[in-house]
Design a protein around this ligand. Sequence first.
Ligand SMILES: Cc1cc2nc3c(=O)[nH]c(=O)nc-3n(C[C@H](O)[C@H](O)[C@H](O)COP(=O)(O)OP(=O)(O)OC[C@H]3O[C@@H](n4cnc5c(N)ncnc54)[C@H](O)[C@@H]3O)c2cc1C
Ligand SMILES: NC(=O)c1ccc[n+]([C@@H]2O[C@H](COP(=O)([O-])OP(=O)(O)OC[C@H]3O[C@@H](n4cnc5c(N)ncnc54)[C@H](OP(=O)(O)O)[C@@H]3O)[C@@H](O)[C@H]2O)c1
Length: 452
Amino acid sequence: MTRRVAVVGAGPSGLFAAQALLNTADVEVDIFDRLPTPFGLLRYGVAPDHESIKGIAGVLARVFDSDRVRFRGLVELGRDVTVDELKAGYDAVIYAAGASEDRRMEIPGESLLGSRSAREFVAWYSGHPDATPQTLRGVRTVVIAGVGNVAVDVARILLKPAEELSATDMPRAVLDELAAAEIGDVWVVGRRGPEHASFTTTELRELVSPADVEVEVAGVDLATIDATLLDRRTRANVATLAEAVSRPIEDPRARLHFLFWHRPIRLVGQGEVEHVTVERTVAAGPGAVDCTGELSTIEAQLVLRAIGYRGIPLPGVPFDAATGRIPNAEGRVIDETGRPRPGEYAVGWIKRGPIGVIGTNKADAAETVAHLVTDLADAPRRDLVDLDAVLAARGFAPSTLADWQRIDAAEQSRGEASGRERAKIDAWHELLDLVRLGRAGGPPSAADGGVG
Ligand SMILES: Cc1cc2nc3c(=O)[nH]c(=O)nc-3n(C[C@H](O)[C@H](O)[C@H](O)COP(=O)(O)OP(=O)(O)OC[C@H]3O[C@@H](n4cnc5c(N)ncnc54)[C@H](O)[C@@H]3O)c2cc1C
Ligand SMILES: NC(=O)c1ccc[n+]([C@@H]2O[C@H](COP(=O)([O-])OP(=O)(O)OC[C@H]3O[C@@H](n4cnc5c(N)ncnc54)[C@H](OP(=O)(O)O)[C@@H]3O)[C@@H](O)[C@H]2O)c1
């Protein structure tokens, strides 16, 4: 009897895990996602103007070529199925649900209008169906908190001329909003120095490269940083910043300010953000900063915190709220006593936290799958429940690979109409209509996403 494995989450880590399973074991794999579309943050996080990285989707999608793999979309663990149902239907379950929330700065004024997370902003320009429409009307200055690659992505998108974005797959309404924006200044604020920033040099170079954007570095004298103490990446980052600030730019279209050794401590305004109070910081040992009480103010209408994503608990699955991860030992989910929970595994950002590029998830998934395969060899065979039948009894059928292919084709033809490769469909009702197109005369849709 072939063993059956459920993967919860069709992002990079879930798809890498499925591929590793196919390569190492005689298993059938069902990949569940709450969306009718696979690829997770590769589709809804990776910047739309980074087409070559987006192209990794073609490689990841090869896993669906196997007749041992099925895509089961519109199924959310905790809403449409429970952990117990998955465990009854499969020999093993792999949680690959990523990190779908974000960290907060926990400072006064963070809930004012005009204060948002980079995650929300990215979800909007990526056409995520859950995203809240963002408005840039009246925004002249943006402050971005954090100096990682997400901060760099967001700054680049905000500073890019509309005509350079028009070829991307962004939904039409997003392109129109960005084209109408009149942003003159973007501040990128790091609580430590440029030598500690986590952005990568390629991304930084791309951000500072436009010949009509003036770059300023404040809060630090780059010349005082001892390059001999730095690793290759951080040395190249500091050199890139030094080169960018030395470039004379006449009549700049916009200004990009890096402010290091500062942290926002307060967002101020009458109902909406009008300015940000920042405090100078000083080093206080590895990774830590001390406050100085020296305050200054940046006038801004939009503040985006890009200080990290955060995992959220999956109902019925152990969760470490401090780290936002599922507690695990090399991918084996463990209980509060540290013992493995038989048949439960984790991969990707929900396993190790919201750090790492797409490729990082491949080795990570391989580690988890190696343990799963070892455990499965010793696990007793059980009669498994047919989860499709359980869901059908509730009038609910997951969406399929064919449904995703219909959405994919519709996005491509929508793109063609506007001279682009793809135009994202960002409305739930349109996605669900495309799923329903594949169901002649099926039962009506379940309340929240599931389609009969
Ligand atoms: C803004 C941004 C830009 C990035 N750009 C790059 C880049 O250019 N290059 C690069 O290499 N890396 C990039 N990364 C990193 C990369 O996206 C991650 O390493 C990778 O996506 C993590 O994969 P994952 O599968 O763990 O999570 P995710 O990609 O988040 O996938 C998780 C999946 O689980 C699903 N899910 C969540 N909860 C449930 C549930 N309860 N039930 C069912 N399904 C569920 C979600 O819908 C999603 O499809 C970027 C990350 C971000 C945030
Ligand atoms: N093009 C790409 O390859 C690409 C694009 C986007 C994302 N990614 C990857 O996705 C992962 C996540 O990226 P990310 O940018 O979200 O995370 P990140 O690299 O961890 O950066 C988070 C930033 O937020 C700062 N920060 C955290 N808490 C803060 C606070 N309370 N106040 C002020 N600043 C705070 C951190 O500073 P400290 O260092 O001081 O903590 C850091 O500068 C990374 O591995 C990244 O490389 C890759």
